[in-house]
Design a protein around this ligand. Sequence first.
Ligand code: URA
Length: 219
Amino acid sequence: MPDAAVPSTSSLTRLRSAAADCRACDLYRDATQTVFGEGPRDAAVMLVGETPGDVEDREGRPFAGPAGRLLDRALEEVGLDREHAYVSNAVKHFKFHREGKRRIHEKPDAGEIAACRPWLRAELSVVRPQVLVVLGATAAATILGRSFRVTKQHGEPLEWADYAESSPLTTDDGPPIDDAVVVATVHPSAVLRSRDRNAAYAGFVADLRAVPRVLSPSS
Ligand code: URA
């Protein structure tokens, strides 16, 4: 399989159009399209989830389905506007199996995550957010390494510099960014699946409150 052909550019538009032809893992075969990140390149906040779901695969936008609606509501509740944030995923193709007519989400494996990592690295190095929000365990493993535990450190503002050296996003060229505050929290789909959805949502919102707290006043 060819490596992700990431052009050397600071244009998100160019990155997006190159990612549309990505063949670095097999997920492109069954997915409708690459779902690249979206949002302004000068966004102060960048959020990273796991993989697009069924709705995202059809619409070509990250967090466009039920998890995205929950995310939007939570962001609004803590005073953040999704339109001003850059939103992406660790893996940019929908992975699924079929049950009858339904397409059921599957977690990407380590090879698929590694194959897609250069795109996330490129997005991060263009956007250079002040605050990087890590949504769930897959994004956490991709960005902070496999030993990071969202259950232990959710909602805690962390310094990227403390993770840069060991981050899977760091290559021989160095880390994608020099500094940022990292806030990890659960994945919005986990909130939707939770038996006590109200409590899980309240916890999610409480974690996200760390984001406006650490943003500098000008952003
Ligand atoms: N879940 C994700 O992790 N990302 C999406 O874009 C949608 C659902």
